[in-house]
Write a protein that binds this ligand. Structure first.
Ligand code: NAG
Ligand code: NAG
Length: 395
């Protein structure tokens, strides 16, 4: 029995992942109208500009530019006079101009997708946009997209295709909106963390560093989440999937597409000159257990030292930089020199998706942007520099 238990647990995750994904995706497909009416979600009139951009492989991606409410308030009358709905040319909008021309504007590129976040307007996503950008003095804009095959975007989702979309969104920000990468945070939740990890690795290879990378409720790789499982085995349970070929394709291609986030994030850490990586998870996440974030953290931390270290040493060093925040929750801050900082936070509440709207995610963004105390990450007395600690512990 004991030997079977992990197998059941994995089957359980696979099932939960599958069912929630499929419900969300069907809801999304059924409700494209919702995304055309952002006010429906409590945003101010024209606070969101829907627009399209094209990927290098010619898919049309539907996107939202969400402007911060504080900034909106200062330009309300001008913004109200603008046409609503899909912008033919977003560069002509006031919101876009404010994003591009303000040297203090910042941008979060949100790629929480598609497992339980089928479209820009799905689930907790709209609430999360508000919690990220509503501070009265906030100048944090948000870019959110419907990945190919979802919502109002064209195409068919595959691992390669979704990464292409994530990269295209960042390219739009860098080249069209002309926001420098050190004022951009890329953020993903759930399966979106796999896209975000790949996008982070992609730009690290090009020598481009972001203000921060935030992974919420992530996992080390799909193979580790669902090892040895033929997704097809679950299709009788998920038979309505069969009527939606694009979803069926994504779903069954998942085991072909491995989504190796832990090794991608390790590459990202290794290749980047500057790292601000935030790994967040709620203890009560029943879809992807928080222990998956432990694996992401270990891979990232391991990549800060030449040649890496064994798990025991890593655990010892991590323990020395971990602040116990009660009820089994904690914050670990791993520093390698001044330039690479990895922060893992396990919070008590937030489940799998709702946590996106919680303070911990906004706080990570503020820290990444240097909008926290002293414009730097907190230096707790417990914080130990990984390099010197490493030398100390092995000597
Ligand atoms: C945006 O894309 C949608 C399809 O996804 C299309 O119907 C619409 O015409 C496009 N609009 C522009 C301005 O390209
Ligand atoms: C750290 O990386 C090294 C070299 O890549 C590897 O041999 C080691 O197993 C890794 N340690 C952990 C804890 O992942």
């Amino acid at each position: 029995m004991a030997a079977l238990a992990p197998v059941f647990r994995k089957a359980y995750w696979a099932l939960i992942l599958g069912v929630s994904f499929y419900i969300a995706a069907l809801t999304a497909l059924a409700n494209p109208w919702l995304q055309r009416h952002p006010e429906q979600f409590g945003f101010a009139k024209n606070q969101i500009t829907p627009f399209n951009f094209t990927t290098p492989d010619h898919e049309t991606i539907y996107a939202w530019h969400v402007m911060p409410l504080g900034l909106y308030a200062k330009h309300e009358s001008e913004i109200l006079q603008q046409p609503s709905g899909l912008a033919d040319d977003i560069t002509q909008t006031t919101a876009f101009r404010l994003l591009r021309d303000d040297p203090d504007s910042r941008l979060i590129i949100n790629s929480d997708l598609p497992q339980n976040a089928g479209t820009v307007a799905q689930g907790w996503r709209t609430d999360s946009y508000r919690s990220l950008s509503d501070g009265s003095s906030s100048n944090i804009h948000i870019l959110a997209i419907d990945y190919r095959g979802f919502g109002l975007s064209t195409g068919f989702p595959t691992e390669e295709g979704l990464i292409t979309d994530g990269v295209a969104a960042v390219d739009w920000a860098l080249q069209v909106a002309k926001v420098p990468s050190d004022r951009i945070v890329i953020l993903g939740q759930s399966l979106g963390t796999a896209v975000t990890s790949a996008v982070a690795e992609h730009y690290a290879m090009k020598g481009i560093n972001f203000a921060g990378v935030v992974l919420v409720a992530g996992f080390t790789s799909l193979a580790e989440l669902l090892p040895g499982y033929s997704i097809a085995g679950y299709l009788p349970v998920l038979s309505p999937l069969k009527s939606t070929p694009a979803i069926l394709e994504l779903f069954s291609s998942k085991l072909v597409d491995k989504w190796p986030s832990a090794s991608r994030i390790a590459n990202f850490v290794r290749m980047s000159k500057r790292v601000r990586l935030f790994i967040l998870h709620a203890k009560d996440d029943y879809e992807i257990p928080w222990t998956q974030s432990e694996g992401l953290f270990a891979a990232a931390a391991n990549a800060t030292t030449e040649g890496g270290m064994d798990l025991e040493l890593l655990r010892k060093m991590k323990a020395r930089t971990t602040v116990d925040t009660g009820d089994g929750t904690f914050i670990s801050t791993w520093k390698a020199g001044e330039n690479k900082i990895i922060r893992q936070e396990v919070v008590a509440y937030g489940h799998h998706s709702r946590v996106l709207t919680y303070a911990t995610v906004s706080l990570a963004a503020l820290k990444a942007f240097g909008l926290d105390e002293g414009g730097a990450l907190p230096v707790s007395s417990l914080e130990v520099d990984a390099e010197s600690d490493y030398n100390h512990l092995i000597l």
